[in-house]
Design a protein around this ligand. Structure first.
Ligand SMILES: Nc1ncnc2c1ncn2[C@@H]1O[C@H](COP(=O)(O)OP(=O)(O)O)[C@@H](O)[C@H]1O
Ligand SMILES: [Mg+2]
Length: 241
């Protein structure tokens, strides 16, 4: 076993559940679902962390309007409280730099962040994952013992095709999958629901396309007032999250 796993799991020891919000492709609403889920759980009185690990396009800091927050250094790094969430993002370190990290650099940054971040005691840590089955995803699954996945897709079979690959991989690695959310739905087609069930996974909900979502970026109160947030509350209640 990787010796760093011990350090990382020691850091994550006092976290009840670690929920990775993931997708096959980008642009499906993963960051909005992850942020809204974290805010919803926090509003219910839980202690919640949000960890943006999307190395390709971190965006939760924009959704939360977190530009003035900075982590503190104290025997590691203590995430600041943003809108009631313990909040950590790569953006603290990469700033507005245009070049994304690549290859081994991604792995090193991921391991470094996991090793130094002092989450303390949390009921939930929600992780906004990079899309697909990149090395970062594999590293995270390998390093974090009690991680579970919530998968977001759009109604497109093209998006779902990449979900299938991810599901196969997660199953091979024996990682629990909470279920699949179909986001930005604009009709009543049941194909994604059927495909999800064919895979033997739970179909969690349909989230309609809601123009209020785009207007709510940067304003968490507005975000919690969207149909997307309403659906996420239901998912959390119905699935004991
Ligand atoms: N249910 C929804 N209704 C309307 N727009 C949405 C919805 N979900 C996501 N979006 C929009 O889709 C875009 C991608 O969302 P984002 O969360 O950044 O996706 P990802 O993290 O998967 O790349 C954003 O512009 C967002 O406003
Ligand atoms: Mg995103």
């Amino acid at each position: 076993m990787d010796p760093r796993t011990t350090v990382i799991n020691e850091r994550l020891r006092r976290i009840g559940r670690i929920i990775a919000v993931s997708s096959g492709k980008g642009g499906v609403g993963k960051s909005l679902v992850a942020t809204t889920l974290a805010l919803t759980l926090a509003r219910r009185g839980h202690k919640v962390g949000l960890f943006d690990l999307d190395f390709t396009s971190p965006s939760t800091h924009i959704i939360l309007s977190a530009k003035n927050a900075q982590p503190k250094e104290d025997k590691g790094i203590v995430p600041p409280l943003v809108k009631g969430l313990a909040y950590m993002t790569l953006v603290y370190y990469s700033g507005d730099q245009a070049t994304p990290l690549r290859g081994a650099d991604v792995s090193n940054a991921l391991i470094e962040l996991l090793s130094v971040t002092q989450w303390g005691e949390l009921d939930f840590l929600v992780v906004d994952m990079p899309p697909g089955i990149s090395d970062a995803v594999l590293d995270l699954v390998r390093l974090v013992r009690n991680i579970e996945f919530l998968i977001v897709t759009t109604p497109s079979l093209l998006a779902f095709e990449t979900v299938k690959k991810q599901v196969t991989l997660l199953r091979d690695l024996k990682v629990p999958i909470i279920g699949v959310v179909e986001n930005m739905k604009m009709n009543r087609a049941k194909n994604i629901e059927q495909e999800t069930k064919k895979l033997g996974l739970k179909f969690l909900a349909e989230i309609p396309f809601d123009p209020k979502v785009e207007e709510a970026i940067g304003d968490e109160k507005k975000l919690l007032d969207t149909t997307l947030a309403q659906k996420i509350k239901e998912i959390a209640t119905d699935n004991a999250i």
